[in-house]
Design a protein around this ligand. Sequence first.
Ligand SMILES: [Mg+2]
Length: 219
Amino acid sequence: MKNIRLIIIDMDGTLYDMADLIADGFDTAVAYMMKFYEFEKEDAIKTLNDNHIYPYVAADARSTTQFFLSRFIDIYHWDSYRSVHFGYPLIVKEKAMTEEMLKKLADIAPLVLLTNNTRINVSHVLNQIGVSEDIFTEIMCNENENKSPTKAVLMEKLMKEYDVRPEETLSIGDRFDVDAKPMIMLGGKALILKKPQYLNKFLQEIEDPRDCEEYQYYD
Ligand SMILES: [Mg+2]
């Protein structure tokens, strides 16, 4: 861990417990498909499920936004819709990552928040869980000019910006496909946490991280 010079952390499901919001987020996606893309409810549900998007936490879950991007849905329209319909008041602060935990990461290396969510939703979430934006050296959202079907493009952009090599970069998130896979393919390290609070266990074992019930570490 001594040679980590950049830490990139995900927001949804990583800073707060995905279980708090996932059913609400799924309902928002279904409603959106019905309202603007003429889906019947059952078809919308089935299409999402077939693409690994569920109303519950699952190991193979993928990003709704990345799925919409792949289907050429007007992603800026979706971003504005989900910003208005984001159920952040459902987030339970007691289950979320604390500023103290994040500070421990920020003490290791510059800490960048990289999310597929929108900037306005980032403010809502951080406010809800009581984490100051200042803890992050930068907040990068996958929206507007950054729009990309995978985080890999933005991860590479950040490595260049911070002048670090992939092997000096750690990505922390809750989904293998979204947060770990692109970083591993770039040659970096990744940590997948099953719950926000499990970061504590990783921090305790940071000199010798090993796969366990709470997290997976990819070196
Ligand atoms: Mg996530």
